[in-house]
Design a protein around this ligand. Structure first.
Ligand code: DLL
Length: 431
């Protein structure tokens, strides 16, 4: 463990730290950020009313729209002379979300990423092939800082230029790689295509995130690259990568949220009411330690559940894998659908590969979903039984009849390094 004491702290002690940090934060926000001062005044709340994390429900959520209205620097809680870095994440529409860090914030960023790397299996002295994009995106520089801090040799490859990535993986022999899961799929396939055996690489661990992924993709990447693949989660508004991380020996049981820095809640998507542990809803975060860009009850729009795992190595709360973003949820003929649900079903058929895409169209008054999915090498994509098996399974599990089109290997677009979208919603284009 990178910070054994804090990572295994008893819950009551964690709560005490969280409460102290939160109380101090609300006073600072009231004083330094006009948005929060107005929000408190409007609600008739004094900073002194928020004494513990249990009082958070008194406050409304901070949403992306609030950041947009205060674009670009209106939410900063520190003057520009204290800011050392600015990142931005581009949304689907309009201006990007702008976030800032003081030196203290960058130190915290390094700390939580270093913790995450160790949790994923990485050790000082190993080399990290960092294929997250460098630039305004927090992935590249975020992982870079944490890896440097924990004593790794960072290879700052950034995204794209797959040929060069393959060469570096073979020649520099990094033990750890971090990139999006869809790009890890691309790399694994390229090695196979070129007849390069992954056993000739030195890779041991892959740290994958920035987009939703499932066990289906984990199996493909682990067998393709001969690695242990774990999930890293984060968002620019809260810090970047390293808000939560899955342990390499506890795969599949969820990711630890570093709750001494980020306090999580899961709330009902419609009512905003906090939900009990284990129930699925929208993930909401309060940053407890950040200086330049602190947020109270930030509505991430990501859907998951949070819960304590009694059998885990660490005491911090865990979150399930993200099912999707609330705004990515498709509603098809009244049924709520995330693309990851289809991905899980595809995984059950060994003749299908997790390279797929969902095409949504409106025909007349009916919304239709077409699943395009590649068969694995050596399987006939015209096999009618294979096709109808998938249609049936989707119908029985999700309750929707979808059209299925089996494709030959390599025919569905691959990730070039950035975030990959698995949904083509033609309705959005037609309206
Ligand atoms: O994606 C930070 C990051 C970089 C995380 C590298 C992990 C690795 P943004 O560009 O602000 O920041 O996008 C944040 O990406 O709200 C989720 O919807 C999604 N996301 C991030 N990690 C995961 C994950 C970075 N492990 C948005 N699983 C978040 C599912 C993820 N979705």
């Amino acid at each position: 463990m990178y910070q054994h004491e804090i990572e295994t702290l008893a819950i009551e002690q964690l709560r005490k730290i969280q409460n102290e940090r939160l109380s101090a934060l609300v006073y600072r926000l009231y004083q330094d950020v006009p948005f929060y001062q107005q929000l408190f005044d409007k609600q008739g709340i004094q900073p002194g009313d928020i004494k513990s994390v249990e009082d958070l429900h008194l406050l409304p959520f901070t949403k992306k729209e609030d950041l947009r209205l205060n674009y670009p620097f209106g939410m900063f809680a520190k003057p520009m002379q204290d800011i050392r870095r600015i990142h931005a994440s581009s949304g689907t529409t309009g201006k990007p979300t702008v976030v800032a860090y003081t030196q203290h914030d960058l130190d915290i960023f390094d700390e939580v990423v270093a913790r995450s790397l160790a949790c994923a299996g990485a050790q000082p002295g190993m080399k990290l092939h960092n294929a997250y994009g460098y630039g305004l995106f927090t992935g590249g520089l975020g992982m870079h800082g944490g890896a440097t801090k924990m004593g790794m040799a960072v290879i700052p490859v950034s995204g794209g230029m797959t040929d060069r990535q393959l060469m570096i993986l073979q020649d520099f022999k990094p033990e750890v790689i971090c990139c999006t899961p869809s790009y890890a799929q691309t790399l694994s396939e390229e090695f196979a295509k070129r007849g390069i055996d992954s056993r000739d690489l030195a890779l041991k661990y892959a740290i994958l995130g920035a987009e939703p992924w499932t066990e289906a993709i984990r199996s493909q990447i682990e067998s393709g690259l001969k690695v242990i693949a774990t999930n890293i989660y984060g968002l620019s508004e809260i810090i970047g990568p390293g808000v939560s991380q899955e342990d390499f020996e506890e795969k599949g049981s969820g990711s630890y949220i570093w709750e001494d820095h980020f306090y999580p809640e899961v709330v009902d998507k419609k009512t905003g009411e906090p939900l009990p542990y284990g129930e699925e809803g929208v993930l909401v975060f309060t940053t407890l330690t950040k200086e330049a860009f602190p947020l109270l009850r930030y509505w991430t729009n990501d859907i998951c559940s949070i819960y304590y795992d009694e059998n885990a190595k660490r005491s911090h709360i865990k979150m399930s894998a993200i099912k999707g973003r609330a705004d990515d949820m498709l509603i098809i003929r009244g049924v709520n659908l995330f693309h990851t649900q289809v991905e899980e079903i595809i995984h059950e058929f060994d003749y299908l590969s997790p390279n797929y895409c969902l095409i949504v169209e409106r025909r007349g008054t009916m919304d239709t979903v077409q699943v395009e999915v590649e068969v694995v090498k050596g399987v006939d994509s015209n096999n009618a039984v294979f096709k109808s098996n998938l249609i049936q399974k989707i119908k029985n599990t999700i309750g929707l009849t979808m059209e299925v089109s089996l494709k030959n290997p390599g025919s569905i677009p691959r990730s070039q390094g950035g975030k990959l979208s698995r949904i083509v919603d033609k309705r959005a284009i037609e309206y």
